[in-house]
Design a protein around this ligand. Structure first.
Ligand code: FES
Length: 279
């Protein structure tokens, strides 16, 4: 291939490269040479993410059907429950937020969880492509004329992701406590379908959190010699394996959060009875 030109399929116009030294983007008459259904992924992302956000907002502000006193099931959307309106034993860390409609009962933690996902490297790719069209897909031009990246405001704020990771670790610990407390029945110890759902949800939340790119860097970054840090090397290897599944975990945990919340809501509202295994 000659410098400054690009091989193209038969029948398409000759392609040249723009920019200094011919190293810029390909200039072709067609908007893209992709012939597959590349619109499917961004459209699906918009539909699923929008539906999830609507569900989460409605549930966070609903302020009911979040707690099952008999079995100590607390939905993750209300954990930790810190409002004066929290029912029964749902409030593990005390009640100190006024019970008013504009404050979700987990008002202290939901913003951190939201920002953890918003600044996540995977979600950034997903919503930049799908909501912003920047770019909509690989080898498809950006919908915007200019591109400022994440080196200026407001994009530079995405670099705070590491700090939301620390918050997410703390909140995963809280969710773990919730799942342990769900081994409960009115007589003492108990296990129900809700317990299992809460446990599966928290395991997957840990997997998503630990597979975070920032976590991988915190665990194994800035080391000159892995051989001198065998424990960190092993931890880095583990996180790296999980990291390859980060996208899948991002979506799976959105699903398990909804399933967990919906199950707790259905039992709390009396729509269904919890399937009891023990107690
Ligand atoms: S990169 Fe996705 S949670 Fe950190």
């Amino acid at each position: 291939m000659a410098s400054g030109t690009l091989d193209t399929p038969a029948g398409t116009a000759p392609t040249t490269l723009a920019g200094p030294n011919g190293n810029g983007r390909a200039v072709i008459p067609a908007r893209t040479l992709r012939t597959d259904n590349w619109r499917k992924a961004p459209i699906l992302t918009v539909v699923l993410l929008t539906a999830w956000i609507l569900y989460a907002v409605v549930r966070a502000f609903m302020q009911k059907w979040y707690w099952v006193e008999d079995y100590h099931y607390l939905t993750p959307f209300y954990s930790p429950c810190v409002s004066n309106g929290c029912e029964g034993d749902s409030s593990l860390f005390g009640r100190f937020i006024p019970d008013i409609p504009i404050f979700p009962f987990a008002v202290l933690t939901l913003p951190f969880l939201g920002l953890f996902r918003l600044t996540c490297y995977y979600y950034r790719r997903a919503y930049y492509r799908s909501y912003w069209g920047s770019p909509p897909a690989c080898a498809v031009p950006d919908l915007h004329k200019s591109y400022q990246g994440e080196s200026r405001m407001p994009g530079i704020l995405q670099n705070s992701h590491r700090y939301f990771f620390y918050a997410a670790v703390l909140l995963s610990i809280v969710n773990t406590i919730d799942a342990i407390l769900a081994f409960h029945s009115p007589g003492g110890f108990g296990i129900g379908l809700g317990t299992i759902i809460l446990v599966i949800n928290v395991i997957l939340l840990w997997a998503y959190t630990v597979s975070c790119h920032s976590c991988r860097h915190i665990v194994g970054g800035r080391l000159r010699h892995f051989s001198k840090h065998p424990v960190r090397y092993r931890a880095w290897g583990f996180v790296s394996k999980l990291n390859t599944k980060h996208m899948e975990l991002a979506w799976t945990t959105l699903g398990t959060l909804v399933v967990t919340d919906f199950y707790v809501m259905a039992v709390a509202a009396g729509w269904i009875s919890d399937l009891r295994i023990v107690g």
